[in-house]
Design a protein around this ligand. Structure first.
Ligand SMILES: [Zn+2]
Length: 154
């Protein structure tokens, strides 16, 4: 915290923080509205990286939804039905890991696309909804004092 901020009364500090949030919500909501992709750019970049790494692996079908991914330091087992991988990254991140990308992209019986295995958290629609409610100015603190004196809950 800067020396200037330490000298600020708490109400002004909170007003500054509210203003920062107001800008962030507005900017991020507009950015999300202008996206044409179904996933956030961050998630797309990550999946692209993992998809490129997936080229170094091979896969064997265990059954209709389970795959053994061969390569790397240790073979992994991916279950696309339960969205799990023995590396645990798939179930922790709620995004397909490199092994799951192998199963999704190279599995000859699998006709799914990677976005079906991504959590809604990474989808642009969730991003838009998350910033849809704008942060409004509070107004002058005297108005809040008058409201408090009337006993009206704020
Ligand atoms: Zn994995």
């Amino acid at each position: 915290m800067s020396e200037h901020a330490r000298k600020m009364p708490i109400a002004i500090l909170i007003k500054c923080i509210r203003g920062i949030f107001q800008c962030w919500f507005h900017d991020r909501h507009n950015k999300a509205l202008n996206l044409t992709m179904l996933l956030s750019p961050w998630a797309i970049n990550l999946l692209s990286t993992w998809f490129n790494e997936a080229c170094h692996f091979s896969t064997q079908l265990i059954d209709r939804v389970e795959f053994q991914v061969i390569g790397g330091t240790k073979d992994k087992v991916v279950n696309l039905s339960t969205k799990t991988c023995s590396c645990s990254q798939f179930q922790i991140d709620l995004l397909p890991c490199t092994h799951a990308m192998v199963a999704i992209s190279l599995g000859s019986k699998c006709k799914h696309v990677a976005i079906e295995f991504c959590s809604n958290y990474y989808k642009t629609r969730s991003w838009v909804e998350g910033y849809a409610i704008p942060v409004h100015p509070v107004g002058h603190h005297n108005a809040l004092v008058q409201i408090a004196q009337l006993g009206i809950p704020v």
